[in-house]
Design a protein around this ligand. Sequence first.
Ligand code: GZL
Length: 321
Amino acid sequence: MKLTRRTLTTALAAASLASLLPGTALAQKKIVLGFSQVGAESEWRTANTESIKSSAAEAGIELKFSDAQQKQENQIKAIRSFIAQKVDVIAFSPVVETGWDTVLREAKAAKIPVVLTDRSVNSKDDSLYVTFMGSDFVEEGRKAGRWLVEKMKDQKGEVNIVELQGTVGSAPAIDRKKGFEEIIKADPKFKIIRSQTGDFTRAKGKEVMEAFLKADGKKINVLFAHNDDMAIGAIQAIEEAGMKPAKDITIISIDAVKGAFEAMIAGKLNVSVECSPLLGPQLMSAVKDIKAGKALPKRIVTEETIFPMEVAAKEFPKRKY
Ligand code: GZL
């Protein structure tokens, strides 16, 4: 288009009109992010959802949010809906690792970039997503294992462990187990005598721990729970069985949510490995970078630590989730 005085005047008029009428088609179009969330199964998930929603609002990003109630088919439906609505970016936390290639290829065909948050997918084609941001779950499992090995270093006899696994097929359940076993296998005194999923919920964690106690009661020395919600449910079962949590049975958990700090301060949980749900700010910054055409690393790892009960009271006031 030839830049004449006339076209320049028209362009300047349009620009000044846009600044007078924010939110109109003329003003900067808002980025639209479609987010498919796993569900609301735990304190961690609730805090993660809050972080995503509040960060989108702060970033001025329009958020289309969908809760899948821990069902993969609901996440796939939500992603297809985001594609149909032609959102700018799709982000999601995959409830399980497998079964995503088809729908992610549909997003790619629609030229809609995808960001994985919290959990990853097990796909051979990593061109199907721009980046995966979240914790190193294997390292979280190793931290739990290292804490136990140190705690039991003077223990002579067998150390019988029961394990409450997270959602079957999910990245945190697979990887936390892997990291924990990698560390404890160095000493044959550590034996996982029972292991079953509690699906990351308090209710299921309590129910499965009741079954473990019925079968092995006094034989159990340690509980390794893949998240705090299942540990808190198990603590109730241990108390109802007339045993003292964190004393008769050493309890190791992961997430470091408020409920875990309260249990540690009450002397009922020995340690919680941190797994931060506060991914909202990082996600919104990644979405803006993608829209600005910036390259992103394929993997963004969240920095985390570990909280033994001895530091819980001091650390609790500083916690953000
Ligand atoms: C971990 C997250 C897990 C938490 C659970 O990043 O995916 O899911 O550990 C949550 O509490 O349910």
